[in-house]
Design a protein around this ligand. Structure first.
Ligand code: FAD
Ligand code: NAD
Length: 494
């Protein structure tokens, strides 16, 4: 029950900082054994993913992907006249981002019985927060049981001389774009860099992608990086590898980026896509003995390991574990259940933790509902470039570095009957990384048109550690691209 000590102090069992996808899910599950829960949000309920990241970025990319799919099939290609309708695409993106209005998500919180306090929170001591609203009014919130930090991450702008003054775009300006610039320079060849290069090339902007290393998507299998680079080049994106931006200047013509190798790059706008940092700089972490700006390292119950007393938890981007919505929401389900079981009334409500108690949480093994075991070696991700890259688990390099005995199977998807029906001249490939001791898949990567939907089968194989001779009995339907599984297992010798 919420009890106001005085007009400015609120008490709850659980206080969740940040109402992004992760905070919302923590609150939902933590409240299921009768605990009172409040979420504190400084901007929009729904967070980065709904308004400036996953959803709007995929909305920007989808029309180009659909056109490319139609153009790849004789019989449909002739019906495609012209390219992406930019105005309609941006209007659809606006609708998908709910016109940056969080009313429907607030309604959902209400329906779930979770309180919302709008404002920016900072710790003033253990379990105690000061929340400042837009008018400068300050309220104290005290957590009787637990605080969960789910404040996400913000873009990292490198300290290149002049860059901050040149008013660069971050992913927010790119995903919320209203006027497509004639040209765009992008610093960083990671996920944001390649996705936004694809979208803005579709919109007709002249795009230059500046990559520090020798490939895009440096954590992916090398064949995936190469295919994405080829795809970007085909779209007209200029790729420059091995370059470091040394200076930025904005004038009436746009931004000039000086680089250490070759000609400067001049563009109407520059997008910084150089990675993200946890949003903990203004959280008052010093009041609880932590360093502002640091990620909040957690154990597999999502408890912050550097703070004693079993009251501080964190989930999502702020932990520095995995920066995707789906994995953050998985962590949110785990920590929500941990809190519901540890602090709630056992058996209360209709929650999934049932009669579990603190002792059950402590004794829980890996891969139980109370441990975020998949974060270590079973993380899936789709990069919505063209071609798409869908991967899960360990790459060959990561598996070898971890000391596994590895065999790598690699196949062209073009050899699969389903691919030839899906598109003329279908180009794509798949890799399966196998632990030869246990004969199980450690990781898989698919590259090609619309391979995103192939991924979950691989995730199940990796998480389930399904022996390959059992996987042999998972028969892929004919003629689908999933038949690649059969070919991969045949290549393994089955
Ligand atoms: C361009 C882009 C595209 C992406 N695309 C995908 C994708 O396709 N798929 C995918 O899985 N992931 C994608 N991601 C990653 C995904 O957006 C993040 O992993 C996800 O948003 C993290 O969720 P979160 O709840 O941890 O943080 P956030 O969504 O950032 O939410 C944190 C919330 O906390 C609030 N907050 C911060 N500080 C305070 C404070 N002191 N007091 C109160 N409130 C505070 C913020 O206002 C925010 O609403 C993308 C990221 C970017 C940048
Ligand atoms: N589809 C998806 O799942 C999706 C889409 C977009 C973003 N995200 C998430 O958002 C996070 C952030 O994405 P991101 O692309 O910003 O980060 P990233 O870490 O994927 O890539 C950043 C790149 O910028 C480079 N870089 C850093 N400093 C640089 C500098 N000074 N000059 C040039 N290059 C520099 C890095 O070497 C790296 O290659 C990622 O962790 C990703 O998981 C996910």
């Amino acid at each position: 029950m919420t009890a106001a000590d005085d007009l400015d102090t609120l008490r709850y069992d659980v206080v969740v900082l940040g109402a992004g996808a992760v905070g919302e899910n923590v609150a939902d599950r933590a409240s299921r054994t009768g605990l009172s829960v409040v979420v504190v949000e400084a901007e929009l309920v729904g967070g980065e993913c709904s308004y400036w990241a996953c959803m709007p970025s995929k909305a920007l990319l989808r029309p180009g992907a659909v056109l490319a799919a139609a153009k790849a099939v004789r019989g449909a290609a002739g019906a495609v006249a012209g390219g992406v309708d930019v105005a309609a695409t941006l209007a659809r993106r606006d609708a998908i981002a709910h016109d940056w209005d969080d009313a429907s998500q607030v309604e959902w919180l209400d329906g779930a019985g979770i309180d919302l306090v709008r404002g920016r929170a900072r710790f003033t001591g253990p379990r105690t927060l000061a929340v400042t609203d837009d008018d400068g009014a300050v309220r104290t919130i005290v957590a009787a049981r637990a605080v969960v930090v789910a404040t996400g991450s913000g873009p990292m702008v490198p300290g290149v001389p002049g860059l901050a003054q040149a008013q660069p775009w971050t992913s927010r300006e790119a995903t919320a774009v209203q006027d497509v610039p004639e040209s765009l320079a992008i610093i960083g060849g990671g996920v944001v860099g390649v996705e936004m290069a694809t979208a803005f090339a579709d919109f007709g902007a002249r795009v230059t992608l500046l990559v520090r290393g020798d490939r895009v998507l440096s954590g992916a299998e090398p064949f995936a990086s190469a295919a994405v680079a080829d795809g970007l080049t085909e779209l007209g994106v200029e790729l420059r590898f091995g370059v470091e931006v040394t200076r930025a200047v904005r004038d009436d013509h746009g931004v000039t980026l000086t680089v250490d190798e070759g000609e400067p790059v001049v563009a109407a706008e520059v997008l910084v896509a150089a990675g993200r940092r946890p949003r903990t700089g203004d959280l008052g972490l010093e009041a609880i003995g932590l360093n502002p700006g640091d990620a909040l390292a957690v154990d597999d119950t999502l408890r912050v390991t550097a703070v004693d007393g079993d009251w501080l938890y964190a989930a999502g981007d702020v932990t520095g574990r995995v920066a995707t919505t789906h994995q953050g929401k998985y962590d949110a389900r785990v920590v929500g259940d941990v809190i519901a079981a540890r602090f709630g009334a056992a058996g209360a409500g209709d929650g999934p933790t049932g009669a579990a108690t603190a002792a059950d949480v402590d004794a829980a093994p890996d891969w139980s509902r109370f441990r975020a075991s998949a974060d270590h070696e079973a993380v899936p991700q789709v990069v919505f470039s063209r071609p798409e890259v869908a991967s899960v688990g360990l790459t060959e390099a990561a598996a070898r570095a971890a000391g596994y005995p590895v065999r790598v199977l690699h196949l062209s998807l073009a050899s699969v009957a389903g691919a030839s029906v899906s598109a003329d001249d279908y180009a794509g490939a798949a890799t399966l990384v196998v632990d030869t001791d246990r004969s199980v898949a450690l990781g898989a990567t698919f590259v090609g048109p619309e391979v995103a939907e192939l991924l979950h089968a691989a995730t199940i194989a990796v998480v389930g550690q399904v022996p390959l001779d059992r996987l042999w009995h998972a028969v892929p339907a004919y003629p689908t691209v999933s038949e690649v599984w059969l070919r991969l297992l045949e290549a393994y010798g089955l």
